[in-house]
Design a protein around this ligand. Sequence first.
Ligand SMILES: Cc1ncc(COP(=O)(O)O)c(C=O)c1O
Length: 413
Amino acid sequence: MPYGSRLAAMMTRRIGRECVYTPSARLALYLALRRWCRPGGRVLMSPVNDDVILFVVLAAGLRPVQAPVSQWDGNIDPAAVPESTWRNVDAVLTTNLYGLPDRVVQLGRRCDQLGIPLIEDAAHAIGTHVDGQPIGTFGKAAAFSLSKHVAAMAGGFLAVEDARTRRELELLRDDLLTPRRLRDDLATTLRPLARSTVRTLHLVRPVWRTMQRLGLLERDAFRMALHAPRLAGSARHAPSLAAYEPWVRVDLHGFRSRHGALVRGQLELRMTLLEGDLARRRAGVSLLSGTTWSTPALRDRLTHDGPPSLFRVPLLVNDRDALADRLVDHGIVTGYIYDPPLDDYAGAEFAEPSPAPEAARWFASHTLPADPLTARRIAAALTKEGATPAHPPLSAHLPAADPTTTPPTPLGH
Ligand SMILES: Cc1ncc(COP(=O)(O)O)c(C=O)c1O
């Protein structure tokens, strides 16, 4: 039996596609990029994304091309991508930021016309659908992360179109896995338990502040340190996961570990809890989307399809950085802030700049990603802090309406 096949079968039952189990979504994305893109190729992606993903693209020997995004949800705005860019990309990578779906129908159509692969990053979007079809079934391949929705801090999948491709990718994966170590497996199993204990005991604030003071966090700011000269040196070895490991492993050092039965057993158990988790998320999304800070993109979606089970709810607020810091005093640590956008963060040497960067800059600097599982607490804290809603300044550049997305609804609250 292939490694992780029981977990893979559980995921196949969910989305109806052949799945390869991986220890992380980032490894799944690396596999997809290696399988479908030739080194030296160019990948269109959103700059409002985890920095780790930029490094995964670089590790695969590819040039990350930053796309214009929608100011309403931070995902690629296909209509704003210049024709000259379309003609010069070899693949498209979606984000499905915070679980809000990319414009996959339009992107898929465009990729088909150009004969290039659509690769879906569904790490945030395990419960997201477009017209009843699960995100992760629109492209050639899709990466899922169990670290996100079931708080497992390990595990992922690469979903593909057929069994032959799955078998091919299982072999590619096996070559990239590092040997199992009992100590790492124990740490991987205990870490989520330690985290929930800290929450239950209301110790988030002192623990977080102490880690900050002791320099135990991997990021000083929202982005990790780039170490540009070292990064440029790694390009000589690309494609290579090993050469980029110091960047790719941030937040998840076991991203390519061959976890044993202990970790996989725990993941199987957590996957059986997924439906309950998604239902609780929907309830939290419903609550937060009715607040003054909700993005209209979400309100519009709710009106048409009911509340989606998002990974995070993008709230649009003024003075976001100061607010995020004050939320720590309420026991709320805000992760997954992708600011600045990747082209501003990495510079043109490592990321081809977007031709229209304003929407990404605005969205990245005003978004407070709120965990729907703690919706009530977050809404109460924001009210207490007097948080004010932020309104996009670029209303003149509304993207054309399309069925998979955004609202051109007025901004009244
Ligand atoms: C958008 C996005 N994609 C992929 C990943 C990688 O997921 P994993 O931690 O399972 O490797 C992350 C991690 O935070 C992410 O935010």
